[in-house]
Write a protein that binds this ligand. Structure first.
Ligand code: SF4
Ligand code: SF4
Ligand code: FES
Length: 325
């Protein structure tokens, strides 16, 4: 007979002893105590990759700070989540990112953490002019651009718009690896995306930097759903944002079941001005864990009549939003 008794460990968290199931991460232990811990590269539906280090905590006896999202609680561990060292480290991570990446579309909670840790990205100087050679250098790892020491280097670069379904703006990319994981073995097993280049030049890329239609991409959009900064985005959302018409206050989200096959994926249809503007899937659903295929993610146009055959779905999303403002 197998032993199904749940083993537990006792951890001291910010001075309080708590008991958690063996294998629980420090992040989940913190969550169980309502200790808000910043995370960027972590997702409940992906394996931790420890890329961002914004979740670090101090563990007694450990020289380096420890990433809470991946470190399992151990019996007798003494953990501090809000020391000067922890706060300083989190501030630096957020500050370096904010000085080099456009975080304006990042979730509200990210901006809340930036306020909490008093992020001042302006102290690195004004942004350096956009560097047109980034993609080129990605292909030649080790050849970094020279810095001038007065301006803050950024990852600013033109958005990649090469298909009708979704776009990529790596000016907003924090290289958290979530899209790579979702495209790879954590969900889609397509491996269309990876990180190319080294150091500051590192960035997400398709094979040989091909346009998506020429890459291995199967347009499932699972990369969009995990991206924390809006670097990968539905074309409809992007075009509405560019036109100043994206308005979440006017949006309704309706849960339904995908009609294309018998798997039963749940879909959340985000509707603005009577037009579907994007489709997501709930992460806590057993069937999909937030992941979908191209049909569930993008195959919704058949429910929306277009006024004439020359109109594209994106034109109509924009026209509907304009009619309502
Ligand atoms: S849409 Fe799917 S297959 Fe294409 S890059 Fe994103 S995760 Fe990979
Ligand atoms: S594109 Fe988004 S999900 Fe992918 S590495 Fe960049 S920030 Fe992370
Ligand atoms: S959230 Fe833990 S390392 Fe990124």
């Amino acid at each position: 007979m197998s032993d199904t008794t749940l083993r537990t460990v006792t951890v001291q968290l910010d001075g309080t002893d708590i008991e958690v199931a063996e294998g629980t991460t420090l992040l989940d232990a913190c969550r169980s105590q309502d200790i808000d811990t910043p995370t960027l590269c972590y997702s409940d539906v992906l394996h931790p990759v420890n890329a961002c280090r914004v979740c670090v905590v101090e563990v007694e006896g450990s020289r380096p700070l420890v990433p809470a999202c991946s470190r399992a609680a151990e019996d007798g561990m003494v953990v501090a989540t809000d020391t000067e060292r922890v706060r300083h480290s989190r501030k630096m991570v957020l500050e370096f990112l904010a000085s080099s990446v456009d975080l304006s579309y990042a979730a509200e909670e990210v901006h809340g953490w930036m306020d909490r840790y008093q992020v001042d990205s302006g102290r690195y100087g004004p942004p350096a002019p956009p560097d047109g050679d980034r993609d080129e250098r990605k292909a030649h790892a080790g050849h970094h651009g020279a810095v001038d020491g007065f301006t803050a280097e950024t990852v600013a670069q033109p958005a990649k718009i090469d298909n009708a379904l979704y776009m990529r703006d790596y000016s907003r990319c924090i290289t958290c690896y979530k899209c790579v994981e979702a495209c790879g073995e954590d969900a889609q097993n397509t491996f269309a995306l990876t990180v190319a280049g080294r150091g500051f030049d590192a960035g997400v890329s398709t094979e040989y930097d091909f346009a998506l239609g020429d890459s291995a991409c199967v347009f499932c959009g699972n990369c969009i759903s995990v991206c924390p900064t809006g670097a990968i985005m539905f074309r409809s959302e992007y075009e509405l944002r560019e036109a100043g018409l994206w308005d979440e206050d006017r949006q309704e989200v309706t849960r339904t079941v995908c009609s294309f096959c018998g798997v039963g994926c749940n879909l959340d249809l985000h509707v603005q001005d009577n037009r579907i503007v994007k489709v997501t899937s709930p992460q806590d659903h057993d069937v999909t864990r937030g992941h979908l295929c191209i049909k569930g993610r993008f195959g919704y146009d058949y429910v929306q009549q277009l006024p004439d055959p020359m109109t594209t779905p994106i034109d109509e999303v924009l026209a509907a939003a304009r009619r309502s403002t």
